[in-house]
Write a new protein. Sequence first.
Lengths: 99, 487
Amino acid sequence: MAITKEIIEYIAKLARLQLNEREQDNMAVEIGQIISYFDKLKELDTSDIDSMEFLFMDEDTVENSLRDDIVGKSYDRNKLLHPEEKKDSEYFTVPRVVE
Amino acid sequence: MQLHEYTISELSSLISKKEISIPELTRHMLDRIEKLEPKLGCYISIVEDKAMEQAAKVQSMLNDGVLNSPLAGIPMGIKDNICTDGIPTTCASKMLSNFIPPYNAYVVKKLYDSGAVLLGKLNMDEFAMGSSTESSYFKMTKNPWDTERVPGGSSGGSAAAVVAGEAIYALGSDTGGSIRQPASFCGCVGLKPTYGLVSRFGLVAYASSLDQIGPITKTVTDGTLVLNAIAGHDPMDLTSSRRVQPDYTKALINDVKGMKIGLPREFVDDGVDKDVRNAILNAVKVFADLGAECVEISIPVMEYVVPAYYIIALAEASSNLARYDGIKFGYRASEPEDILDFCMRTRSEGFGTEVKRRILLGTYVLSSGYYDAYYKKALKARAIITREFNKAFEKCDIIIGPVSPTTAYKIGEKINDPVQMYMEDIFTVPVNIAGLPAMSIPCGFDSKSLPIGLQLIGKRFDEPTIIRAAYTFEKNTDYHRARPKIN
């Protein structure tokens, strides 16, 4: 299926990306080429195969790993705040979301 | 011989015999970096003061006898997607150009505990998305063998730094070949451990089911020393293995007699450059002469590995990179109209073209109506590919082949053809799909005198067998001794 500019516009919106006209044109062509290459996978017979949603189910790596609920050390607030926040600010600031 | 030309094991012995001091070695490396950086561009940031401070501290700990590790005092570099407390970690992106992590990645903590001296953070493709280090927001890294060529990627800065003597060793990360391919293009040793062997805590996520951290070094012995230091269970990474980890240096044995080495016929077909193919066939002969039993095998699903890999990797990437909204860390768009405008402009201004392309592709294959046709199909292909490799390992102990179908290409030569670039990952991506360990070691040069890498692939958690084979190859050949003439 051809990847149109409308499809690019739609997925860009889903991905919270803004593309200008030129970027939209280029992406439609390039992503179209890549998707038609991905379509190669359709040849592969997977009718009796379960999808591998979790890696290496039979291994020790997926054992449920829960820690005891113990209070740990917290990070220093100033180190965690965005560098553009005012020094000694207590919060992250975002544009107004409630009118 | 100058200090930057030595290996970890050689320097470690010079340090313990007090023939050199750690501050002296660190100073030499910083001078070397200053001299070569204008030509090569391996580093995004250099931490000169911190390095000299750490060097003095480790020296006094050694003098007091409270530290005993082969990595003590050895100067190294870390790929800039691995978090370092108080030191910028940019992922070579404008998006994280102002990000200073408040903590160390597990591997960084382990290296510091071993007395490592950090010189700086190494260049890479933006968010590790690329195979040439050309998508870095900050700079181009050049291949030390020919500065008109790419060093490979995405850990291009790491591989170039090690081979040029701007670091004694480096850490890289490998999602689809990002340690092995640059090691191959630059003529050094790159090890991608089994998925789960090395903690990903503090590694900026690209594709979480594929990412692994590993060493880039001059020799197999050095890679093994670094692996010993960074492997192990970490409760902060849910996928970290609880297996008791062996001492990998016990696998440094110069003997492959009776070892079964499989060469898949798909790994030496017409798609591989003639010089690369000849070097691989020569490596097979080296192993056979040393008493290994070389068998021809087949992995018939090879034509599907690249599409399956990219669908899975990009789906995971689109979801992992959703966190960059400008609120808690990273680049922020100025004067936003509202929250949506803030988020959209932050992401559009902060990410480069290749990252946007991959986010869009990942979003597409996960979107309603395409999820089953692409993402779910790729997960089924993943099960088949994993099964095929397990089946191949019934006939052999390790699988060998090329790392890349070509040697290092010219800067700018392939960047505008994403499909072609993706296809060249064919020999590295199946290893990540199946969670296997693999190593790239030097095995020859092409007609342009550019290094060729040999890939050794092992069974899950069977690093010792690939280390043993790689070590034996290295002990019986001279390819790893060649160094680019760059000064």
